[in-house]
Design a protein around this ligand. Sequence first.
Ligand code: CTP
Length: 417
Amino acid sequence: MSSTLRAKKVLLGITGGIAAYKAAELCRLFIKAGARVQVVMSAGAQEFITPLTLQALSGEPVRHALLDAEAEAGMGHIELAKWAELVVVAPASANFLAKVNAGMADDLLTTLLLATEAPIYIAPAMNQAMWANPVTQRNLSELDLTLGTRLTLLPPDSGEQACGDIGPGRLMEPVDIVANVEASFVRGLHAQTKGTQVLAGKHVLLTAGPTQESIDPVRYISNHSSGKMGFALAEEFYAAGARVTVIAGPVALNCGSYITRVDVLTADEMLRAAYAGLADGIDIFVGAAAVADYRPANTEPQKIKKNSQAQAMSIELVENPDVLASMAKQGNKAVTMVGFAAETKNVVPYARAKLEKKNLDMIVANDVSAEDIGFNSDDNAVTIVTANKEMVLAKQSKQAIAKLIVAEVAILHNNKG
Ligand code: CTP
């Protein structure tokens, strides 16, 4: 499978920080993926790694000076900004983030950031206290708000740092940076960044959150799903131009009035609402809900009283309908079917088995054994599995993951044709 980066023109910006040495590996991986790489280094970056290393790896002279008559004669900085089909800055220092957020253009790299119209990927790396500093975080959120879909933040990993501290601030691994860029540098997201809404006129139906299965009037069976992933997807589908309907289990989340919301409690209600959506006409169905696999065989009309004589009690459970599989079984081949798979081991093989068994076009596999992602967390890390590919999306916010998933779903759907 050839990389989405094949023949793409990548402008790789490197700023000053110990993680600059990892940019060499990043450059090599981009080249390996078939991209053309033009490296631009800040003055600080050159204190940590030599331009010669990057020149050898990229096969192009490294640029660093804004007012270098010789280099400007070859390809002027505005020309270079126009040449780039995507800009990746890794590592991005706190100073760089502050300058870009302020709109400064006092060296070649910051000037290029202002001049480019290409999608921008920023992978920050710094000491954990500098990362956690509200000033850095404010710069990042302002940048995110200002640049919108043009910017993808590739958040730092957590762990032991070069300075001895432990915490978030380590540059995302180069292999994950490339995987993330590959995933988003696809027709879908790229078209979005140019203002075209790749899913305009399409109707997307999603399930989200848990279901709640009553035992008696005061008790129920449910799970820890927060609905965050499903709601993040709803927003991103809307941003891609689709009409969006969310069938939501009981969650403490709000969504914009531009999204149609149907609230349900049980798996049965969720299935009925999904069938109603199907009858209404849909193009894409996403099962992001954590549907209870079983429900009590009988819901007691009165509260069950404690029986002090009995040491144990049991509740008979019966199987719930599988909403996603039932929707796929309806046999409308034009509808793109997307499921989620929560796994604790053999993540990809199990997910692939579900893809085939439930007759889906795509399954998003979640490793729920990791403590810092999944259910109630704001972050997630997933693998997108389709009939002929697997794509790892490294740990990042559920919103960022949602953006990448929507781009992939758009391609799959639009290619179905
Ligand atoms: N799903 C559904 N209805 C169900 C169970 C699951 O629609 N009754 C959907 C989920 O929304 C998800 C996918 O099916 O998109 C996979 O759910 P998961 O719980 O991971 O898989 P199961 O098929 O239930 O298998 P298992 O629990 O054995 O892993």
